[in-house]
Design a protein around this ligand. Structure first.
Ligand SMILES: [Zn+2]
Length: 406
């Protein structure tokens, strides 16, 4: 267990404990449940630099491999978001005579495929070989490695300096933060930028989105903690922008000191975090209390519905569903199955809680009385698609920020 901050070696103070948990994307076949891997999922905050992070850590080789099941292109909203990201970078940053962009954790090429189509030099660094293959099939150049300072030095010597280093929902996955930032430093051109968008501690605590906490998310960034981390490694935080992805994230832009004029948004968000007391023990204690409340309410509701003979099924099996089902002790006795459109999850079980994952067709065959929406960050997209379920009398159960039926 970590007692010292991975960024600054300061003291870590625990603020939430979600108990014994498997790896969130470790979907397994019914015959593979013996010897399933578990660890204690608990997060703490650094009393010096305010970086929130996991106390225990799952080795990265256990998280990213040939069977990695998160496909970034799985949702239409995500595809649109990343295409817009790519177009924006092409317009604002990749404008020189022969620009070069590196993406850390390019997944299935959801962002870089647009860059590749524009004919711009690029390289995705992606340790999970199966999703890297999908990216290659979209015309994206991929290096199947973990990103660290050694990988970065190799890229620099082969391809030259990068104008942009980009990451989306991957930078917070990398436990070796110091090596990562030294790598970005080695790779980035003097006027280049390091842009990354990640889950926001402020959203997680404000919305009680505790299911964003799982093994892959080693860090829970805030503007305060990212600025401290940037300065420690010779960078300046020059922009911070709220984006709606995954329920509310922040896109950070780091540059070399003096290379860019910092935006007002950085100071505004820093002031907002101070006012809210985002890193204060009292704020984090209230978050923990609300998390426990959600568990009690959700389990009570599911037991009541079962007692009334109602049928409840799960909708969507994102990594988040592992956290909530294991933390709340929701097994197939309460939710007999969950449907998900990702083919590689179908026929498998949700890690730890062992809810069977069925294809989307199972949802309407016949419709259940209630659907527990695990993929709540796609609620609008899903509810629009499943209008017939609601019109036929079906009801959605949501649990973020609190348990409710809609
Ligand atoms: Zn620290």
């Amino acid at each position: 267990m970590y007692r010292r901050c991975r960024v600054c070696e300061g003291e870590l103070r625990e603020f939430v404990d979600l108990g014994r948990q498997p790896t969130a994307n470790g979907f397994l076949r019914p015959e593979e449940t013996d010897g399933e891997y578990f660890f204690r999922l608990a997060a703490g905050i650094c009393t010096d630099c305010a970086m929130a992070q996991l106390l225990d850590e799952v080795p990265q080789e256990r998280r990213y491999h040939g069977g990695y099941r998160y496909h970034a292109s799985g949702s239409a909203g995500h595809r649109k978001h990343f295409e817009e990201n790519a177009l924006r970078l092409l317009e604002t940053e990749l404008t020189g005579p022969d620009p070069f962009i590196v993406e850390i954790g390019c997944n299935d090429g959801v962002m870089l495929s647009t860059i590749a189509r524009a004919g711009v030099r690029h390289l995705g660094v992606e340790p999970s070989t199966n999703v890297a293959e999908l990216a290659r099939a979209r015309g994206v150049d991929v290096l199947t490695e973990f990103f660290d300072e050694r990988t970065a030095a190799g890229i620099r010597s082969r391809h030259g300096a990068a104008d942009v280093v980009f990451g989306a929902n991957t930078i917070c996955h990398i436990a070796h933060a110091a090596s990562l930032l030294r790598g970005v430093d080695a790779l980035l051109a003097p006027g280049g930028v390091f842009v990354f968008e990640e889950p926001y501690l402020g959203t997680i605590t404000e919305r009680t989105a505790f299911d964003q906490i799982y093994d892959e998310h080693v860090f829970y960034f805030s503007v305060t903690s990212v600025r401290a981390m940037a300065e420690r490694h010779g960078f300046e935080l020059v922009d911070a922008e709220r984006i709606p992805l995954h329920g509310g994230e922040i896109r950070y832009t780091l540059a070399r000191p003096g290379a860019r004029v910092p935006s007002h948004a950085v100071q505004e968000l820093l002031a907002e975090e101070r006012e809210r007391g985002l890193s204060d023990p009292a704020t984090l204690g209230r978050f923990r209390d609300r998390v426990e409340r959600v568990r009690k309410d959700l389990v009570t509701l599911l037991r009541d519905l079962r007692a009334q003979g109602k049928r409840v099924v799960g909708y969507g099996a994102p990594g988040k569903s592992t956290t909530v089902t294991n933390y709340c002790g929701i097994g197939p006795d309460l939710v007999p199955f969950v449907c998900d459109s990702t083919p590689s999850k179908q026929g498998h079980l949700v890690p730890g809680s062992h809810l069977p994952v069925l294809p989307p067709e199972a949802f309407s065959d016949p419709y259940p009385d209630y659907a527990l929406l695990f993929a709540w960050n796609h609620a609008d997209e899903i509810m629009a698609k499943e209008r017939a379920f609601r019109q036929g009398g079906g009801r959605w159960i949501l649990y973020v920020p609190e348990v409710r039926i809609v």
